[in-house]
Design a protein around this ligand. Sequence first.
Ligand SMILES: Cc1ncc(COP(=O)(O)O)c(C=O)c1O
Length: 285
Amino acid sequence: MSRVAYVNGRFARHDEAGVHIEDRGYQFGDAIYEVWAVADGRLCDAEGHFARLSRSLAELRIAEPMSRKSLEIVLGETLRRNRLADGLLYLQVSRGVARRDHPFPDPAPPPSVVITARRIDPAAGDAKAAKGVAVITVPENRWGRCDIKTVNLLPNVLAKQAAKDAGAYEAWFVDELGFVTEGSSTNAWIVDREGVLRTRDIQANILRGVTRATVLRVAAEAGVKLAEGPFTVDDAKQAREAFITGASTQVTPVVKLDGRLLAGGEPGPVAKRLRQLYIAEARRG
Ligand SMILES: Cc1ncc(COP(=O)(O)O)c(C=O)c1O
């Protein structure tokens, strides 16, 4: 069965779907995106992703392209047409198509909306989490509004490629004070030497991960000691455990950092437990 994409009100074959060459997402990166994991045909952590979508649009002053109800229908229809039970739904909204000029077009064109669906075998994620992944560190070189989920991901792309070139899965950005901000497509966590779960606070220049928020909640409910705030690369190297979170990675243990084994190179108990708790909670949501 061929894949189907939604583009500006129509469903089209994925390999033939396209947007206009003067789409501002293509010309300027003037666009935002959102990603939902799908499990058993249902959106995971649905509310958090809808809320962040609205926030990203508002921050860039792009109009909501359709009502929440219509969007849910279109997302559901995209799943149905792709017969997708497990995978990812990707939504991108740009400021629309206009003659190339930096200021916002006036009057505003209708925002462009693209939705794609991709099948992912849940067993592959579980296998990766069971083994744990390697992470490298790279200097933070992104703009100051990483809280907005824009498609401007060039530093993230280069960081992820650096990780791949080094035989690792993810790259953690490290700011000029030596603190880890987040991964190129995930949030970064450690369980420090005192057993405190740490992840960077959202006052820092990071994406407010929806998975991050849910993991914080389930960890608090499970009685895990928490501290949202900065930690250094050295703190991470000496940590009891480390892991990453994101809609597609869920909770995935980190077992190597910059070539050095963490916690004996095995996924730790806190990460394993939080992965289970997170998956159960996200499916409920
Ligand atoms: C830079 C960055 N940080 C964190 C995340 C994790 O966010 P979420 O848990 O909402 O998927 C992502 C996801 O794409 C990301 O791109």
